[in-house]
Design a protein around this ligand. Structure first.
Ligand SMILES: *[C@@H]1O[C@H](CO)[C@@H](O)[C@H](O)[C@H]1NC(C)=O
Ligand SMILES: *[C@@H]1O[C@H](CO)[C@@H](O)[C@H](O)[C@H]1NC(C)=O
Ligand SMILES: *[C@@H]1O[C@H](CO)[C@@H](O)[C@H](O)[C@H]1NC(C)=O
Ligand SMILES: *[C@@H]1O[C@H](CO)[C@@H](O)[C@H](O)[C@H]1NC(C)=O
Ligand SMILES: *[C@@H]1O[C@H](CO)[C@@H](O)[C@H](O)[C@H]1NC(C)=O
Ligand SMILES: *[C@@H]1O[C@H](CO)[C@@H](O)[C@H](O)[C@H]1NC(C)=O
Length: 310
């Protein structure tokens, strides 16, 4: 226990998360047992036994919104680095900002050296990339103010709350996978809050011509590797690797198009939102996660440093 803690960062937050983990470990493992997933196993646990590693099988989709709307939704102290996203998507419509919706199944999370595993869970939320958190005019950070998370996974719920995230206990369809296949060939994913009318639903179809995809994979690599924060007390450095066997060949990213319906933070009001013609990718990536870092230490961070990333 002492060893584990010295490896992680000595913050109260980590203590809380680990303590909660130890309390609920048995319960999570039992819950996981009844739910079979199609996700491939974590390929990084062996190579990075002293780090938290796992797999995220996800739909990542871009919702363009007017910059004025973005400015209203994003806390005013965080500048929007328009130049940074225009460098990746020069043809993105004028006056618009790319929100990313991330709908994912977290699988096979491990801290291998200590035999620590966490039950799988699902989560969905709106993420606001390319934000100038540290005020240097170029380091991109990603604001993820709120998430719907599988209600039975206490570690995931507490781990996210510790960032200051607004966490909604939720149930998911499907329960143990990143999405399910509909009769028409499209994929379906829905997270619904158990305590409010919040939900996020995605229905996506494979693009008939990959060339129709307006967003290069580079954009999604870039956004998902930006340090993430919620209330900016600390930052999450999640390193997503796109070139392991999990994301190439038969598992190569699939460009998709579809619609997103939602009633969720930070979109306010009782009315649900619907976005049609949303483009994105479905891809499973392994990750290494360095939690609860001082955001200022990530100034200038523009990459990942981990082998297997490109
Ligand atoms: C991701 O999830 C989908 C839906 O369950 C599954 O078909 C696919 O094989 C998964 N991909 C990987 C690499 O685990
Ligand atoms: C693994 O964790 C250690 C200790 O927190 C950290 O210094 C190192 O950068 C992590 N490795 C990777 C590849 O992120
Ligand atoms: C992300 O894109 C920016 C340009 O907007 C670039 O400076 C940075 O190196 C990229 N980071 C990664 C991890 O690709
Ligand atoms: C991890 O589990 C394996 C098999 O259950 C066991 O042999 C090993 O001693 C455990 N290691 C630690 C550090 O607990
Ligand atoms: C951010 O959230 C954390 C965890 O809930 C909390 O301890 C901290 O006080 C919050 N900070 C601010 C500035 O709201
Ligand atoms: C992934 O790409 C990096 C270079 O960007 C390379 O060093 C590494 O060997 C690649 N890994 C795999 C599994 O292809």
């Amino acid at each position: 226990m002492a060893l584990q803690l010295s490896l992680l960062h000595h913050s109260a937050v980590v203590l809380v998360v680990l303590f909660s983990f130890l309390l609920h470990h048995g319960e999570s493992a039992a819950t996981q047992g009844v739910c079979a997933t199609h996700d491939l196993p974590n390929p990084l646990a062996e190579r990075f036994p002293n780090n938290a590693t796992g797999v995220l099988n996800a739909t990542l989709a871009i919702i363009p919104i007017p910059l004025e709307t973005a400015r209203r939704l994003i806390p005013p102290q965080y500048g929007i680095l328009e130049r940074a996203y225009r460098a990746l998507i020069p043809n993105f419509p004028e006056g618009m900002y790319p929100i990313m919706v991330q709908a994912a199944h977290d699988h096979d999370i491990q801290l291998r050296a200590y035999n620590i595993t966490t039950g799988d869970f699902s989560r969905v939320g709106f993420e606001f990339p390319f934000l100038d958190l540290v005020g240097d005019g170029y380091s991109s950070f990603r604001w993820g103010p709120a998430q719907l998370i599988t209600a039975t996974n206490d570690i995931a719920l507490e781990g996210s709350r510790a960032y200051g995230t607004i966490v909604s206990l939720a149930e998911f369809e499907p329960r143990c996978d990143a999405y399910r296949r509909l009769a028409n060939g499209a994929t379906y994913f829905k997270g619904s809050s158990l305590t409010s009318s919040e939900f996020v639903e995605l229905e996506m179809a494979r693009l008939s011509h990959p060339a129709l995809n307006p967003y290069p994979l580079e954009l999604f690599k870039n956004i998902t590797n930006q340090p993430a924060f919620a209330n900016a007390t600390s930052c999450d450095n999640m390193i997503r690797l796109f070139n392991t066997t999990m994301s190439v060949g038969e598992h190569a990213p699939v460009p998709v198009r579809g619609r997103v319906r939602a009633r969720a933070f930070p979109f306010q009001g009782a009315a649900e939102k619907e976005w049609a013609d949303v483009y994105g990718v479905q891809v499973a990536t392994p990750f290494i996660e360095n939690n609860y870092l001082d955001c200022r230490t990530l100034r200038g961070y523009s990459g990942t440093g981990g082998p297997g990333d490109s």
